[in-house]
Ligand binder design. Sequence first.
Ligand SMILES: *Cc1c(COP(=O)(O)O)cnc(C)c1O
Length: 370
Amino acid sequence: MTAQAVQERIYNFSPGPATMPLSVLQQVQDELLCLPGSGCSIMEMSHRDKTFLDILHAAENGIRSLLNVSDDYAVLFLQGGARLQFSMIAANLLRGQSGKAQYLVTGSWGKSAVAEAVKEGPTEVIWDGKADNYNNIPSDADYSVDPSAAYLYYCSNETIQGVQFQTEPTAPQGVPLICDSSSDFLCRPVDIEKYGILYACAQKNAGPAGVTVTVIRKDLLERSQAELPGYLNYKNHADNDSEWNTPPTFAIYVLGKVLNWLRDDIGGLQAMQDVNREKAALLYDLIDQYPEFYIGHAAPGCRSLMNVTYKLPSDELQSAFLTQAAKHNLGSLKGHRSVGGIRASIYNAMPREGVAALADFMKDFVAQNG
Ligand SMILES: *Cc1c(COP(=O)(O)O)cnc(C)c1O
């Protein structure tokens, strides 16, 4: 049964929820009926049980050690996905402030974050890539941040368009930098000290849907107003060790296993970045080699390591590409409806062989149809 299930697994390029390390799924399967030594499944255990608290703290420590997170920061495990962070960030850090929130909009997710922030206070988009159909990323010289802004917000990797910041924007002294890292969390080393908040929903690059990790500098917790709905108040979660209410225990448990995999099987974030660069190059090299057949969306300087977006010369070729790819066990390659074309999501857990199989398929496809 298990061997057959493993055999049936395709190379899954889904943008999220997305492919997971096979070894993690196998460990979860082994432990699902009874977590060794605990007499029940992880799903059946109180979130106050010491066994679960150890799992929670191990996940927190996993994030702290992979990203070098100091005690100046809290690591929170939240629900509501990245979209609830769009609201929580503005509710906690903008509501009642004199400065305005400033946003860099490089794609669909940044735009959706702005739509929530405006409900909480003055919000300004200081750079917007719309004119170029979000194929670009600004550099520091392309905008100016108000030194009295409540915060500077950006999305490090726009999952739908496939554009990624190569380095973080610079925020003036005293302006917290806020980052939606949902689709490139843990794909490379990050200098966390530059951030006020860095957050990510887990279901792209770190685990199953249901948990969102928010790393927040502790001094920012003092901005949260007591009148906020309890769940929306970061301080409640920080003061209660992410146990203000029942956290998503199963998702945190699986996330913990992905963190162990990153540390033990991959060797940390620098090693992960090296692998990710190598994988992405297999596809971008083909886009560069056949620019009139595989028409890349992202400008070369801001290509995403995680989501590779391109079009083919016609809708007919695109459909044929998707149909034939599926026959080669290459799945979920259809681009988002707003951009069209093809999107290959090649997150941390996508093995190199999967990307190589897609690259081989692309070579054959262009040879037959180009
Ligand atoms: C998927 C995604 C979101 C939305 O996440 P939800 O958990 O569905 O709310 C937000 N930002 C980015 C960058 C994403 O990739």
